[in-house]
Write a protein that binds this ligand. Structure first.
Ligand SMILES: CC(=O)N[C@H]1[C@@H](OP(=O)(O)OP(=O)(O)OC[C@H]2O[C@@H](n3ccc(=O)[nH]c3=O)[C@H](O)[C@@H]2O)O[C@H](CO)[C@@H](O)[C@@H]1O[C@H](C)C(=O)N[C@@H](C)C(=O)N[C@H](CCC(=O)O)C(=O)O
Ligand SMILES: Nc1ncnc2c1ncn2[C@@H]1O[C@H](COP(=O)(O)OP(=O)(O)OP(=O)(O)O)[C@@H](O)[C@H]1O
Ligand SMILES: N[C@H](CCC[C@H](N)C(=O)O)C(=O)O
Ligand SMILES: [Mg+2]
Length: 489
């Protein structure tokens, strides 16, 4: 592909020299530039891609797309655009041949439940005999190739390249988690969605979006981008859904438990630690569903996926098979059993809303006490810390406050902010070392208790000030309960 051809997508921002050069790739990261690449310089929040232009050229970039021209002489064309991230998405979709226009793509947004809903949706598509790719928090699955995820929703160039790889593997369906950062940063601009799901909205990422209205507006962009033939799958029980409904020309299909006017509904029959049975009621028929996942929230996630499945044209039998065949989602109320006489669950609740939902679910299941281990991530929304402390006190019997991913922050400061939401000193312990906190909580547990370790779910690392160290909640539980833990002290 010639430089002149690909740069034509930038319309009035022209490339006037070396137009016959052949483009071999695109990147916004100077460290990934190879011979024949276009380098797109992005002014970020931490660093500025414009500072790496000369490095990109040294590494073989044949053109630079940037928001401001450099004031030194460079021997490659420079195209100055108003928004480099937007330009990156336009260049990427063209470079990879508009893969999303040849696929059926489902996007999922909302504060909590995206990953779980995406797993249910993928399972439904697969139960119809089709292959489905996945882009989300845990990994990017492009057929047999699974890439561990760095971001929930990666940069546009990666999304387009992953979709193109899926097509090359004959995968015509994809499920994508649409994070608010991604929607805000044009990472999803070039993706044509057939269906978009909204799960719910609560305070999160307000360090980035500043207030909940801005945060909601970013999520709404997913619905706004849909065309009239697409479907918008909305949660009828959530007050924010009305803003999503108002912003789309797509066909709206409502799901819910409480709102009896929703198109697709659930009546919960029973729930235990090993799963949930509910009656799925829809214009496409009624059916009892045996989910292997527990909790009201997972019924919502299953409903969102089922509704999407109906909108994609799958019948009730396929939907039932898809929902029932999902055994678990890594790190989401994942049960660990090493023969102990209490329950141990690993969960990814890292917002106050998720923590409340999960603890309420467990309250309904626990024969005795709920023992919680949690912390809050550093360099993330500080507003959620005290709220999570409050929820921990209100809904658990005993809890440990520990490190999550402290990142550049002082771990003790994070904990102090969590403590601001707590009234009683007697209901919790502070233990900075997460391994030790988990060990102490497990040693405290008695027959019939439920121990829930929240916040890191599937994560395999702990992010400290200057490094990441291997850390896996599941592995720590295994070591403690199988007696192979080497104590730190
Ligand atoms: C706040 C945020 O969204 N940050 C993302 C954003 O960073 P940024 O704009 O600050 O970029 P930067 O690191 O300053 O770098 C600016 C530019 O310089 C370039 N650069 C940088 C260094 C270098 O040597 N050479 C070079 O060219 C970078 O490639 C980049 O293009 O763009 C970067 C490039 O795509 C992302 O890696 C980075 O994700 C960071 C790691 C992050 O923590 N992101 C989280 C907050 C995030 O995006 N989360 C969402 C939501 C999660 C959820 O709730 O599920 C997600 O989708 O994951
Ligand atoms: N529908 C829901 N409503 C409220 N809380 C939920 C819901 N589904 C899941 N949760 C809680 O949120 C946690 C994360 O779930 P999941 O990974 O599915 O959400 P997510 O939106 O993808 O999160 P993230 O933005 O961190 O990737 C779960 O471990 C659970 O505690
Ligand atoms: N997608 C979320 C995940 C948070 C998980 C928690 N373990 C943390 O590090 O805060 C984020 O990047 O904010
Ligand atoms: Mg997710």
């Amino acid at each position: 592909m010639k430089l002149s051809e690909i740069c034509a997508v930038l319309e009035k921002y022209k490339c006037n020299s070396f137009t016959e050069k052949v483009v071999l790739g695109l990147t916004h990261d100077s460290r990934k530039v190879k011979e024949g690449y276009i380098f797109v310089a992005i002014k970020g929040y931490k660093s500025d891609g414009h500072d790496f232009i000369s490095m990109a050229i040294e590494k073989g970039a044949i053109a630079v797309v940037a928001e401001k021209g450099v004031d030194y002489v460079i021997n490659v064309p420079q195209i100055v655009v108003p928004n480099a991230r937007r330009a990156l998405s336009l260049l990427s979709e063209y470079f990879y041949g508009y893969p999303s226009s040849k696929m059926t793509i489902v996007g999922i947004t909302g504060t909590n439940g995206k990953t779980t809903t995406s797993f249910f949706t993928k399972s439904i598509i697969e139960s119809s005999g089709n292959k489905a790719g996945l882009i989300g928090t845990i990994y990017y699955q492009l057929g047999s190739r699974i890439i561990p995820a760095n971001e929930t929703t990666p940069e546009s160039v990666d999304i387009q390249s992953h979709l193109s790889d899926m097509l090359n593997n004959n995968i015509r369906y994809a499920v994508i988690e649409a994070s608010s950062h991604a929607l805000s940063q044009h990472r999803l601009d070039g993706v044509h969605f057939r269906s978009a799901v909204f799960t719910n909205l609560s305070a999160e990422h307000l360090d980035y979006h500043e207030n909940i209205k801005n945060y909601r507006e970013e999520k709404i962009k997913l619905m706004r981008g849909l065309d009239e033939n697409a479907s918008a799958v909305l949660n009828a029980d959530h007050t924010s859904s009305k803003y999503f409904a108002k912003s789309t020309v797509a066909q709206i299909v409502w799901y819910g438990i409480k709102d009896t006017s929703a198109h697709v509904r659930a009546e919960i029959i029973n729930m235990g630690v090993n799963g949930t049975r509910f009656l799925l009621i829809s214009p496409w028929g009624k059916e009892v569903i045996h989910l292997k996942l527990t909790g009201n929230h997972n019924v919502y996630n299953a409903l969102a996926a089922a509704t999407t499945g109906f909108c994609l044209g799958f019948d009730m039998e396929i939907i039932r098979k898809g929902l029932e065949s999902l055994n678990n989602v890594p790190g989401r109320l994942e049960k660990l059993d090493y023969g102990q006489d209490f329950h141990v669950l690993i969960d990814y609740a890292h917002t106050h809303d998720a923590l409340q939902v999960v603890l309420e679910t467990l309250r309904g299941i626990a024969a005795r006490r709920i023992i919680l281990v949690f912390g809050c991530g550093g360099d993330r929304d500080k507003g959620k810390r005290a709220k999570m402390g409050h929820i921990a006190e209100k809904y658990s019997d005993l809890f440990w406050i520990t490190n999550d991913n402290p990142r550049s922050e002082d771990p003790l400061n994070i904990i102090r902010e969590i403590q601001r939401g707590i009234k009683r000193d007697s209901c919790y312990k502070v233990q900075l070392d997460r391994k030790v906190a988990i060990e102490e909580a497990l040693l405290e547990a008695k027959k019939g208790d439920v121990v829930v370790i929240a916040g890191k779910g599937h994560e395999r690392c702990q992010i400290l000030k200057d490094k990441s160290i291997p850390f896996d909640d599941c592995e720590v539980v295994k070591q403690v309960l199988s007696g192979t833990m080497v104590s730190q002290n």
